[in-house]
Each structure stands twice: as C-alpha cells, then as structure tokens.
Design a protein around this ligand. Structure first.
Ligand code: NAI
Length: 730
C-alpha cells in the first residue's frame, strides 16, 4: 500500500475475509485486493465462490485494477474453510439479505474469530442490533455495519453503523481505517431501516417516478430536469433506476414499507404503475438490457410511459431548462421553482416534498445534516445535498420552519445551536486553497507550509506555447520553494495542442515545431532540478506526461488514464517523453521492447496500476487510492522530498535492436500494428538503442518528430483526429 496516512490510529488490518461472493462480496474483494490487502473470499460452496470471483474479474466497468490481481484472492467455502476467518483481521459479511442466514453465519463465526479481529455486515436494510443478538459480548463490542455501495471500486461512500453496544473507540478506529486505507468517505448513520442512503435516496427516486406519471412527462424530460440541471449525474431518475435495477428498488422499498410503518411519508415507496408493469415483464433495467430505456446497439431507446413501447429518444425540449442551465446551481434551482412550464410544475411537486421529507427524517436517521448531505453527495453524486438546497431556496419557500442549516463555517445542530463544521484538510479540493495569482494559463495557490500549487488552467490542461512560456517564467521567478504541479481542469492534461502542430506543418514552419519541442524538453529539465511533485488525475497524456515525469516524483490518482498516444496522430513523444521512457525502463531489454510497443500503439492506461505495468509510472511514483486526497498526498510527499539524483543513461547489454524488431514484427503480423505504426516504432527503437546518452536521445527525438511531421501519413492522421476526434489507422 503506497502513500497512506502515517501516524494514523487506524486498525492494523492486512488480512480481510469477505463472506458471500455475490455482487457486493465480489466487488469488495476486488477493491480490497486492488489496495494491496490479503483477501479471502468465501461462499456457501466453492464453485459459487469461484464463479463470483470470475464475475468480478470480468466486471464492466472493471472491478480489479488489473485482472490478474484476481489470482491473488484466496477462495474457499464456509463448510471447509471457515477457520480461515481466524486468520483475518477483519471479516466482512456480504451474504444474502436474510436475517436468519446472517445470524446463523455470525453464530458460527463468533467462536472462530480472533479477539482483536473486526467483524462487520454489509447489509443494506437489516437492523444491525438484531444481527448482533445472541452473540458473545466480545463479538457485540466490535460488530458494526459497513455499508458499501455498488460498485465498491467506483463509489466512495460508506455508511458506518454502530449499535448501542459497539465500543466507540473501535467505531472511530474502523472509520479512520476505512478512510485512510480503503479509499472511502465514511458517514456515520443511525441503526434505522435503510440507514440514510437507501431510506432517503430510494424515496427520492420513487417520488420522481410518481410525479412524472401524474404529470405525463416523458422519461427524457424527467431525466433532463433531475440530472445535470439539478446538479446531479446525467442519469437523472429513470436512467438511474435502470442502473440500480427495478427489482433492487422494489426489494428495498418493500423492506422500508414493512419496517417504517410510523413514517407518514412511506406511501411514496409503493410501486408506481410503470414499475409494476416493468416488473411484470421482467424488464428490470440494465442487467436485462431493458427497463425505462433499452440499449439497441449503440443506441438507447426510451420507454413511452403511455404506450409502454420503446421509441427513439426525443430531445427533452424544455426551453426554460436550456435557458437556465448556465446559472449557478442555487440560483437555477430557486428560479426554476417559479417557472410556469413542465420543469417548474415538476420541481414544485417533486423537489419541495423531497426537501420536506429530508427535514422530517434528519435527526431520526443521521447524526447531522452535514452527514445527510454528504450521503447524497458521495453516494448519489448530488452537487448539493437536501439541506444545502433548502438553504439555497429558502426554508419558507420549501415550507419548513428552520434557521439556515449552514452559516459561514458553522452548521445548525439538532440542538438548535450552530457548531463548527468539520472540514478535514486531508480532503480539501484544490479549489479550497487560496489563490496567490491567476495567470492566463496557470493558477498559483497557497497549499500552506510553504508549498505552492502550480495548476494548469487551460481547458483539459492542454499545453501550448503560451502556457509553456508562462510556466517557465513562473518556475524561474515566482515559485522558488517546494511546489505541486497539477491542474485546475477536469483532467491533468490531454497533451499538447494538436492544432498548433497542424498549423505549423501547414505553413512549413518546422523550426517553430523544433522550438516548441525544445521548450518542452527544457521545462521537464527545469522541473527535474526542483523540489516538486506532479499530482495527476484524469487524462495524463503526451506533453502532460512529459511534464509530470519531469518532476522528481509523481502522485497519480488511481483511476488516471496515462500514456503517450502520439503515434495515433503519426508522431512520437518529442518533448522528452521518448528519452524519459528509455531512462525509466532501462533495467531490461525486454521491458524496453514492451515500451516501444506501447509507444508505437499509443496505448493509454486504464488506471495508475496499469500505467505502472506499461512503464509510464516510475517505481518511485505513488498511487493515490483515495479519490479525494490527491492534493493532500502530493503536498505531504513534496514536503518530505529529499535531493533526488537523476537516473543515468545505461548502455543496454545484449541484442536490443533484435529483441525490439521481433516484438514489432509480431505486432504487425497479428494486425495490432499497421505498417506506419511500425515505422514510428522503428524510430523509437533507434532512439532507444543507438543514442550514446540522454542528450543525444533528446536531439534525436526532436529530429524524428519533425521528420514524421513532414510525412503525408502523419498529416492525414492529424487531420483526421482534428476533424473526427478519432484516430485514423492508416
Ligand atoms: P448476491 O445475491 O449477489 O450474493 C449473495 C451471495 O451470498 C451469494 O453468492 C450466495 O451464494 C452467498 N451466500 C448466501 N448465504 C450464504 C451463507 N450462509 N454463507 C456463505 N455464503 C452465502 O447479493 P449482493 O447483492 O451481493 O448483496 C449482499 C449483501 O450486500 C446483502 O446484504 C445486500 O443487502 C447488501 N448490499 C447490496 C448492494 C447491491 O447493490 N447489490 C449494495 C449494498 C449492500
């Protein structure tokens, strides 16, 4: 496990036993194996456990960082191998949602567990207290709910549910462990049916469907109103129902209706007629290929709620939604409540009751409205949770009596007093840090303790001559001390501005291209002499990767897509990237041959671990497995950075050219590489094999880059990419 929080009082857990190899058990096992834990996965029968692991290995989106990690998960069954639970530091139960089955399993586990081991349940609806009944005091003292969300690799929310008997110090330590070592954002929830996410989130989904049916809106209209427009994911309400599964919604709702008879709003969880209809037909969402939408090839058809037939998707066509979409969220939502059209009517009937319901539930199910809001932010992707929305709209308008829930950096507690908000620095996003200076292409921020962030501020972190000039001036002037190179954009960097090269090629300005490459190489060299760390995420491509590798160390977000895709536009990395790849992979000729292939094919990694296996990350670079801690980890790393020595160019023993030639030849024979990909690969091979030192290699990569620019096949690839956004395989 890399770069995790030191000085943590979190539990020393290394070995985890997950019981139940279904959707959740498989996903949790994969996630924990990704993070470096020793994982055992048990099911009632060995064949079911093996099949469960195989499903996780093949899951889409991938559950494992690298599919071969699955082989590291030990698989067994609860009849023969229950004693393996005795080796575990944490047993995480994820079997069927059935009280008796879970209780029977815990009764068997109780005498087996080590006294210092943790034990938890992943139930989504059963009462934790009831699951603990009949167990030994030792078991009850440490037993709690760890409610993961599906899929665990991608959804960071975890509801932590202690019982009245769980030792508070264990609850704290477990919460810290899940945050520091399992990439979770933890919210404590009360032990009530469905906890926070399912109790409220499910209700909000049902409410949207009921209102849509009553107002005769189309599924597209509702998804447009309840999606991005409300500061929520594009999936809105109906797409989300398909993703969650109509059957899962039915089961959760049925459990809530049964257990929450004193809740005056519970009737909303009765099935809307469209759900009854879908369930009767077995059209339960994505897992059956159809629900409120149906996938047909690459097309998504929409269900007509009146005729119950699928039809072409229609543009939602609600002018007010289109007109207001660029206003800030708070303004947009409060303004849209006054609209005299479908959107206004829908929001008055859906949003206001949903906010009132949150207000009704708040102290019954959560410990604070901030926790409540965080569940909706982290579990459902809402930009603003219900209480922040109430503040934005005004409690009068919502129809409740309350002071503002948030005031400055304080929060209204259930005691009616304002309390300081907990905002742990370790999760502060870049945008929370004070700006020192806003340039045309860079933003400088004060990260504290003498560390500055230098953030690329162009769209997608695209790099062009002006940005490079500003960066060089910044590094030579304003930023002298330790700094983090990162991006203010949604991705670290999508690479060099391709239009710039296209324009230079068109006017035959090859000297201009050479100057651009020299500047890029110079920047990487400048960075390498400084105490800096690159904090990368999203796309980390081409020139962006060259700058990042220029920094002595890198911290890469686990889900980063990293690579040198230059060959896709008929080029090779010419801003130092080819030389960097040679220097950081020179420990073996075989490795260098693999790297030539990856460069020749323009491979982009699926995640940081994959990037490491492809040679794009160095052994000394860190992976940040927590989705919200990149800046914190990078700052910590840069503060600890010592003098780094640059790697020295090593002469490769053995027949490097021959080894690479064979790789290229077989890639070409299999059709993976086109002839022109092979031409590019050949150039990379010669830079790798025939340069006496890094200086020579840098000169050569510029020269080969320019040579490729003059080729018509390269020019065709560039044109195609600019016109169609897709590579041309010529
Ligand atoms: P699932 O039905 O996909 O898998 C359950 C697995 O448990 C099966 O492989 C079954 O063979 C095994 N099993 C049943 N009884 C067993 C026993 N006595 N000993 C050993 N293995 C046994 O269920 P899923 O969806 O993975 O749910 C598991 C738990 O997680 C449930 O409590 C569910 O409420 C909860 N949950 C489910 C979520 C989801 O999205 N599917 C989300 C969050 C929690």
């Amino acid at each position: 496990m890399s770069n995790q929080t030191q000085n943590s009082t979190a539990l020393p857990i290394r070995n985890v036993c997950v019981i139940g190899a279904g959707t959740m058990g498989g996903g949790i096992s994969a996630h924990l194996a990704n993070l470096g834990f020793d994982v055992t996965l048990l099911d009632a029968r060995l064949d079911i456990a093996l099949a469960g692991l195989e499903r996780a290995r093949q899951a889409r989106p991938p559950a494992f960082y690298m599919p071969d990690r699955a082989a590291e998960v030990r698989v067994g069954d609860t009849e023969e191998n229950l004693q393996w639970a005795a080796e575990a530091d944490w047993v995480c139960e994820a079997i069927y949602e059935n009280l008796d089955a879970k209780k029977a399993l815990f009764a068997r586990l109780d005498p087996v567990l080590r006294p210092d081991a943790m034990v938890s349940t992943n139930t989504s609806g059963l009462q934790i207290q009831m699951l603990a009944e009949g167990r030994s005091p030792e078991f009850r003292r440490k037993f709690l709910g760890t409610h993961f969300f599906n899929p665990p690799r991608y959804l960071k929310l975890l509801e932590l549910i202690p019982t009245a008997e769980t030792d508070p110090s264990i609850v704290r330590a477990m919460g810290e462990f899940l945050e520091d070592f399992c990439g979770r954002r933890v919210v404590m929830a009360k032990d009530t049916p469905g906890f926070i996410a399912n109790r409220y989130g499910m209700w909000a989904m049902f409410k949207a469907i009921h209102v849509a049916e009553r107002l005769h809106l189309t599924v597209e209209q509702v998804d447009a109103i309840t999606g991005v427009f409300l500061g929520r994911p594009r999936s809105g309400s109906f797409r989300l129902a398909d993703i969650v599964g109509i059957d899962v919604m039915r089961d959760i709702a049925a459990n809530l209706i049964e257990r929450c008879s004193d809740d005056p709003f519970v009737e909303t969880l009765r099935q809307p007629s469209s759900m009854v209809n879908l369930l009767a037909r077995g059209w339960i969402g994505d897992k059956t290929g159809q629900g409120y939408y149906r996938k047909e090839g690459s097309e998504l058809l929409a269900l007509d709620l009146q005729t119950f037939a699928y039809r072409q998707r229609r543009e939602p066509d609600i002018p007010s939604v289109a007109a207001q979409q660029y206003l800030p969220l708070a303004e947009r939502v409060s303004g849209s409540l006054d609209l005299r059209d479908e959107a206004g009517e829908f929001l008055r009937e859906y949003l206001l009751p949903a906010l009132r319901y949150a207000n009704y539930l708040k102290d019954k199910i959560s410990y604070s409205v901030e926790d409540f809001d965080n569940v909706m932010r982290w579990g459902f992707g809402w930009e603003l949770g219900p209480f922040a929305l109430i503040d934005a709209i005004g409690s009068d308008r919502v129809g409740i009596e309350s002071k503002p829930f948030y005031k400055g950096n304080t929060l209204l507690g259930f005691d009616g007093k304002y309390h300081k908000l907990r905002s742990p620095e370790k999760y502060a996003p870049l945008s929370d840090y004070p700006i020192i200076e806003t340039g045309a292409y860079l933003t400088l921020r004060d990260l504290g303790e003498g560390v500055t962030s230098v953030g690329l501020a162009s769209k997608m972190g695209i790099i062009g001559p002006e940005l490079m000039e500003e960066l060089a001036a910044t590094l030579e002037g304003k930023v002298q001390d330790r700094f983090v190179l990162t991006s203010e954009a949604r991705s670290f960097s999508a690479g060099f501005d391709l239009k710039y090269f296209a324009n230079r090629i068109q006017v035959g300005d090859y000297a201009g291209i050479e100057r651009g490459l020299e500047a890029l190489q110079g920047l990487a060299a400048l960075l390498s002499s400084r105490k800096c760390v690159a904090a990368v995420f999203g796309h980390v491509l081409g020139a962006g990767l060259e700058l990042a590798l220029g920094c002595p160390r890198m911290v890469a977000a686990a889900e980063s897509q990293i690579g040198f895709p230059e060959s896709r536009v008929g080029l090779l990395p010419g801003g130092g990237g080819t030389t960097q790849m040679r220097l950081y992979n020179q420990h073996s000729a075989k490795r260098l041959a693999e790297v030539v292939l990856n460069l020749g094919l323009g491979t982009i990694s699926q995640g940081a671990d994959h990037a490491r296996s492809l040679g794009f990350l160095r052994a000394t670079d860190d992976t940040c497995n927590h989705p919200d801690r990149l800046i914190h980890d990078a700052k910590k790393l840069v503060l600890s950075l010592e003098e780094m020595t640059a790697p020295e160019w090593r002469v490769i023993e053995g027949p490097l050219v021959g080894i690479i030639d064979r790789e290229i030849e077989s890639a070409r024979a299999s059709g993976a590489m086109t002839d022109y990909d092979a031409v590019i690969s050949d150039k990379i091979k010669l830079i790798f094999a025939k340069s006496a030192n890094a200086e020579v290699a840098l000169t050569r990569e510029r020269a080969e880059f320019i040579d490729l620019c003059s080729k018509s096949l390269t020019q065709a690839r560039i044109r195609h990419m600019l016109e169609h956004g897709k590579p041309l395989r010529n």
